[in-house]
Design a binder for this molecule. Sequence first.
Ligand code: CA
Ligand code: ZN
Length: 242
Amino acid sequence: MTCWRQTVHPMRVRLPNPACPLTSPLPSTHDPRAVRFPIRRLPPFLALILVMAALVTVVGTAKGSNWGALDSYHLCTEMDVQSQCTANNGIHVVWLESQLMTQLRTATLNTMEEDYEPISGISAEETTDSENTDVRVFDSNFGTSAYAGYTTCASDATYGGSGISQWCRPHILYYNLYFENTYFQDAPYRRWIACHEMGHTFGLWHATANNHSNPGNSCMKNVHYGPEDVSTHDGNHLEDEY
Ligand SMILES: [Ca+2]
Ligand SMILES: [Zn+2]
């Protein structure tokens, strides 16, 4: 969905699409077609109030709600591709099966170290103990109709927490080897999907305009060849939660 539409001549101003959420980005003031708000014509106190209100809005959208087991669609579910919750806390020890496709192993370890470890309150380290682990990583051929990757609760998972903080441990992270010779041959694709699936195990949902201040910057964007890194928004979100 395009969240800004452009009128025809002679005004050529961009107007918000009424079908879009209020969190859509404002038109850039560097864009000569954008409407410039006549703030300088307002009394100073009124201008100040408007600026403060804008700041509150920015802070508010930076904490959008794409995290946790928030509603009936985002719950800890055993062996269900729609499962969405978190492992028990921000400390993840991750076990990777020995026959995991080498390039997927590398992408997974890289996103743990480069994307998630630097986040305050988060730890993501490899373990050789498949039993005492937060996430088990597998690959298998699930066929063409399955997702390229997904996460779910293990069949022997322990459950805990309540409400938004509901968790299951261990999580399972699957890569679908149906795409071994297509998508998975592409390094940017591997970086995106590893960051994306690992984000799910930390409780992140897909980034949309409704729940993320800048979804286009997030590896939680649910598109192939999406961004390869954790967005500032999602990193801040995880710092807040853990
Ligand atoms: Ca843990
Ligand atoms: Zn996803």
